[in-house]
Design a protein around this ligand. Structure first.
Ligand SMILES: O=P(O)(O)OC[C@@]1(O)O[C@H](CO)[C@@H](O)[C@@H]1O
Length: 302
């Protein structure tokens, strides 16, 4: 079972505008979409649709926290959250014909006591894999990741900011940065695909068993102890890219859970991400047939 930990969940508010935003002018729209979100929660949402057993945990508070839990339960996403006193954040995406604007709140402050409650929640489920994904809320430092990774015999997967990645000491089975997070983790510029291959390998050598780098429209890279693999993205119409990295990670984890090879896990990740960018916000498109043609996808070694 894959348990996801979202330390800083969000309600994702998505607004679609027919015109570009203009300063000092009121924009109006009929569309408003609210999805339970935050990176780990999204992974659980996609895993449920991929038929993989999962539970989502993390910190929630106040009316947006209640909304988030109710929505997950209504969508049959198993969840078990730790309640805190602050209010869960509202993250807003504005889609205009030309652009995608994303505004994330920093989130409520979490106190020391709540750290142990999360560890106890994880232990209760005895998961094989724990995925810790998304930003750290105010009050919580990178130590929480090592605490979670060292608390049990599960494989720990991290999808956190590049500066946080530099501060980890425990053993991690997999790390999923995007291009910017990879650059921040290494303190290097990543301009070309070749730079990204070398940087993914460097991060893997710094203590992660595997690193999967999401490159948006350029596809994804996986560095394993033996190889650096690359799969280009599929050619699809993109509505918005919110949740694409989470979808990539879900595909990789779902395939690994079924005993797939590194190549097939990378293909599955790119296939799921390519499907998720075709819907707005972090809603879940049908994923039951998404892995049907992955064998036809190209994987190259670098
Ligand atoms: O502020 P963070 O935690 O880095 O990212 C949060 C977030 O942008 O990530 C998800 C998409 O990946 C959204 O559901 C959510 O709003």
């Amino acid at each position: 079972m894959i348990l996801t930990v979202t330390l800083n969940p969000a309600v994702d508010h998505t607004l679609q505008l027919e015109d570009e935003l203009t300063p000092d002018t009121v924009a109006r729209t009929d569309s408003a979409q609210f999805d339970p979100g935050g990176k780990g929660i999204n992974v659980s949402k996609y895993l449920v649709s991929l038929d993989v057993e999962t539970v989502a945990t993390g910190y929630v508070g106040d009316f947006l926290g209640r909304f988030l839990q109710e929505e997950l339960t209504a969508r049959d996403i198993p969840n078990d959250f730790v309640e805190i006193s602050g209010c869960t954040r509202l993250n807003t995406t504005v889609l205009t014909p030309q652009s995608e604007f994303k505004i994330n709140q920093n989130g409520p402050t979490v106190d020391e006591m709540a750290v142990e409650s999360i560890v106890e929640t994880i232990e209760r489920y005895e998961p094989e894999t724990v995925v810790v994904a998304g930003s750290l809320p105010p009050g919580v430092g990178p130590e929480i990741l090592d605490r979670i990774a060292d608390a049990g015999s599960w494989d720990t997967v991290v999808d956190v900011g590049g500066d946080v990645l530099r501060k980890l000491d425990a053993e991690y089975a997999l790390c999923k940065p995007n291009r910017e997070e990879l650059a921040a983790a290494l303190g290097e510029e990543i301009e070309s695909l070749d730079d990204a291959f070398a940087a993914t390998r460097s991060l893997q050598e710094r203590g992660f068993e595997r690193v999967v780098t999401s490159l948006g429209g350029d596809g994804a890279i996986m560095a394993t102890p033996d190889a650096v693999l690359y799969t280009p993205a599929l050619d699809v119409d993109v509505v918005d890219t919110v949740g694409a990295g989470d979808a990539l990670l879900s595909g990789v984890l779902a395939d690994r859970e079924r005993g797939g090879s590194d190549e097939s896990a990378l293909r599955a990740g790119v296939a799921v991400a390519s499907r998720v960018v075709s819907v707005s916000g972090t809603s879940v498109p049908p994923l039951d047939d998404v892995l049907d043609h992955v064998d036809e996808m190209r994987v190259t070694a670098h």
